[in-house]
Design a protein around this ligand. Structure first.
Ligand code: GDP
Ligand code: MG
Length: 176
């Protein structure tokens, strides 16, 4: 894809969630189809990546912003996601505190994000079945309570990664 890749409509998407839940890896997986293990990008993060996806014959450009170093609750400035049209909120299925913090994230989001922002809840690291501490049903229940869609993803294996971003693109296109 060239820098000037054609698109019909563009949206700003932001990845949110506690540190180490897999935000950067999810973005790299979606953009490049690769998994970078270890801590290489964990501390660095990336700013944003563009990817154009097809939704009903329309080219939808997602400009996806990563967050690095600002993940700690309340240190992500409100201005940071005020202009985002979609928010992907991640937790790690092997990390209970990252799941418990989702409520705080959602409270903050509902206060400061755009009123019509598209939100999706993602339970990442679904490949780590042996270390799982958050049941799929717990994620589903929380998502239902807040009226947002939910999926379990793996940036490592790629499971549901494309699907999650496509669902976001579809919803954004329908609302536009
Ligand atoms: P971030 O701080 O939310 O950006 O998290 P990172 O993307 O840097 O990932 C944190 C750590 O979790 C790294 O060591 C990754 O290799 C690992 N990781 C991220 N996603 C997955 C996943 O889906 N499965 C597994 N097994 N490890 C993952
Ligand atoms: Mg990161």
């Amino acid at each position: 894809a060239s820098i000037n890749e054609y698109y019909d409509i563009a949206f700003k998407v932001m990845l949110l969630g506690d540190s180490a839940v897999g935000k950067t890896c999810l973005l790299v997986r979606f953009k490049d189809g690769a998994f970078l293990g270890g801590n290489f990008i964990a501390t660095v993060g990336i700013d944003f990546r563009n990817k154009v996806v097809d939704v009903d014959n329309l080219k939808v450009k997602l400009q996806i912003w990563d967050t690095a170093g600002q993940e700690r609750f309340r240190s992500v400035t409100h201005a940071y996601y005020r202009d985002a049209q979609a928010l992907l909120l991640l937790y790690d299925i092997t990390n209970k505190p990252s799941f418990d913090n989702i409520r705080a994230w959602l409270t903050e989001i509902h206060e400061y994000a755009q009123k019509d922002v598209v939100i999706m809840l993602l339970g990442n690291k679904s490949d780590m079945a042996a270390e799982r501490v958050v049941k799929t049903e717990e994620g589903e229940k929380l998502a239902k309570e807040y009226g947002v869609p939910f999926m379990e993803t793996s940036a490592k294996t790629g499971v549901n990664v494309e699907l999650a971003f496509l669902a976001i693109a579809k919803e954004l296109k329908h609302r536009a």
